[in-house]
Write a protein that binds this ligand. Structure first.
Ligand code: FE
Length: 184
């Protein structure tokens, strides 16, 4: 995927908002954690691409005045932006949904589990306000019926762990190979 490679080439070395790793390191670590957990290819690829919406922004900055920035912690709706971009590129609904819901997973877990709230990083807490805060009971119940619910929550746990400076992972080429298995 030429475009995905160039998105990472453009912005992959940017810091991952408020965390001690770059966007590319974060993506590689997240995908690596998914792979180590035995996740299927779609899930591993979703983990690698879950924050692609953040990388799309430099290109959209001119035309999209509605996009909101969260005080230097990225963009509101990056998950939707990324998911729609990948749908356009021919990725499956599963990949798109896992990505589209990774912020909802945080809002769900905060609603469901007070201990989870206490463990969130400073940057994650900061963005939670912009993302609508914790879910309410009805929204949480509806969320549980998503066919990819389990995978969505798993991706969230990898996302949160994928912030370890210097953690060795496979390189981008490895994940591009997996991407090519899904989309030609
Ligand atoms: Fe992330």
């Amino acid at each position: 995927m030429e475009t995905i490679t160039s998105l990472f080439a453009q912005s992959g070395n940017d810091a991952y908002f408020g965390e001690p790793v770059t966007q590319l390191e974060h993506a590689l670590q997240c995908a690596h954690l998914a792979e180590r957990a035995g996740a299927d290819t779609e899930t591993v690829v979703a983990a690698f691409l879950h924050d692609i919406g953040h990388l799309l922004l430099p290109e959209l900055a001119d035309g999209e005045s509605t996009l909101g920035y969260m005080d230097g912690y990225g963009t509101v709706d990056h998950e939707k932006l990324g998911a729609d971009y990948l749908r356009e590129q021919g990725f499956s609904e599963k990949v798109a949904q896992l990505i589209e819901n990774h912020v909802n997973a945080k809002r769900y877990l905060v609603y469901k589990n007070p201990m989870y709230f206490a463990r969130l990083s400073e940057a994650s807490l900061k963005t939670l306000e912009f993302q609508g805060g914790p879910m309410e009971a009805g929204e949480a119940l509806a969320f549980e019926t998503n066919p990819y619910f389990k995978g969505i929550l798993q991706l969230r746990t990898w996302d949160e762990q994928a912030k370890i400076p210097g953690l060795p992972t496979p390189d981008m080429a490895h994940y591009l190979t997996l991407i090519n298995e899904l989309v030609h």
